[in-house]
Design a protein around this ligand. Structure first.
Ligand SMILES: Nc1ncnc2c1ncn2[C@@H]1O[C@H](COP(=O)(O)OP(=O)(O)OP(=O)(O)O)[C@@H](O)[C@H]1O
Ligand SMILES: [Mg+2]
Length: 352
């Protein structure tokens, strides 16, 4: 946000009116040869971002009227030069207004195209995720149908094989549990709502999530270092969703630390601003990322854990991207892994 955009609208309009008044006085009190009216173009260029199309056209008309009025009221100088200067000034004002309106229309079109692209990207990533979820849930459902048919056959025999039927029933229950487990996990990770983007303090949001994981961290003798910047500009994103991402990364880091010796379990969270975005790093000294893993980490249902479902990171990526950021993983400097994600700042220039 530029300093002029931070100024309240009334103040900005008052400033424009003052500049117009100053130009009028200078143009009227100086000789005909001084074409001060040309500076009305600056007024038009400043106003284009503040007022609508009709208001800008009215402003343009007002500038022309003031230019003519100055010529009539100017007491001295060469009238021929005055007429030429007035013509040049009016032409400049009209041209500037026309160009400013064109520029504003182009800017609005670019903005709309950008918003559309974001919507398409979001739908694409969520569509991919939905397909994977449907595929994954379909597997236990198909197994339930197979086991159900088998169960029916065992029971329909002249001498029903109750033991076999019981086993088939057990498989049905296990598969049903698996299907509902997947859905429950997905529901707990996504609230199924579009992001509610609003400015918030990233450090404070992270601290709240860490607080919730504190017992888990202490129980596993993990040494935590919290290096939050404390001076970051506010993030512009859905606070709850961002906390889900941080919670996910923390949980993954804790799970990656469990197989290593307790004395070597380190977890580091750091925040900073970089290239106009906010950046959060979650670094651990856990099992690390084997070669080739990085390409799959964010794929839905890709997991290396017996009890894992493999949706944590793919949902985290969908959330971060829907909020205008980026998430990626790298091997840690001291072994282990580091996950980073960025978020846009509420004030475009504050973090630059
Ligand atoms: N900090 C980490 N260190 C090492 N490997 C990791 C780390 N975080 C994630 N991974 C790897 O990425 C895989 C995918 O993670 P993701 O969170 O998507 O699924 P998950 O943890 O296996 O299961 P879920 O989150 O659904 O319970 C994990 O199985 C693990 O192999
Ligand atoms: Mg996980």
């Amino acid at each position: 946000m530029s300093p002029s955009q931070r100024m309240p609208l009334v103040l900005r309009l008052a400033l424009i009116a003052t500049v117009m008044a100053v130009i009028f006085v200078v143009d009227t009190t100086t000789r005909y040869e001084v074409a001060a009216a040309v500076f009305y173009t600056v007024v038009v260029l400043t106003a284009v971002r503040l007022v609508g199309r009709t208001a800008l056209l009215l402003l343009c008309a007002a500038c022309i009227v003031l230019t003519v009025a100055s010529l009539v009221l100017t007491p001295h100088g060469d009238l021929r030069s005055g007429l030429v200067n007035m013509g040049i000034s009016i032409a400049a004002i009209v041209m500037t207004t026309w160009l400013a309106l064109k520029m504003e229309a182009a800017r609005a079109a670019a903005h709309e195209a950008q918003a559309q692209l974001l919507r398409i990207t979001r739908i694409t990533s969520l569509e991919g995720l939905t397909t994977s979820i449907a595929h994954e849930v379909n597997q236990p459902l198909a197994a339930i149908v197979t086991s159900g048919n088998a169960c029916q056959r065992w029971l329909a025999q002249d001498a029903p094989n109750l033991e076999r039927a019981r086993q088939a029933l057990e498989r049905i229950l296990a598969d049903a549990g698996r299907a509902s487990g997947i859905i429950a996990r997905v529901r707990s990770l996504t609230r199924g709502e579009p992001p509610q983007r609003a400015p918030f303090d990233l450090d404070e949001a992270v601290r709240e999530v860490v607080e919730l994981s504190q017992a888990n961290i202490a129980m596993h003798h993990i040494v935590l270092s919290l290096e939050l910047a404390g001076t970051l500009p506010p993030a512009l994103a859905d606070r709850v969703q961002v906390q889900q991402v941080v919670g996910n990364l923390l949980l993954n880091a804790i799970e990656a630390l469990l197989p290593v010796a307790p004395a070597a379990r380190r977890l580091r969270l750091a925040s900073c601003s970089e290239d106009g975005m906010l950046l959060l790093c979650v670094e651990d000294t856990g099992v690390g990322l084997a070669p080739g893993m990085i390409d799959h980490l964010f794929d839905a249902f890709w997991t290396s854990k017996d009890e894992g479902i493999g949706v944590g990171l793919s949902i985290s990526r969908a959330i971060v991207e829907a909020n205008g950021g980026r998430i990626w993983a790298e091997p840690g400097a001291r072994g282990g892994a580091v996950f980073r994600f960025t978020l846009p700042v509420a004030d475009g220039e504050a973090a630059a």
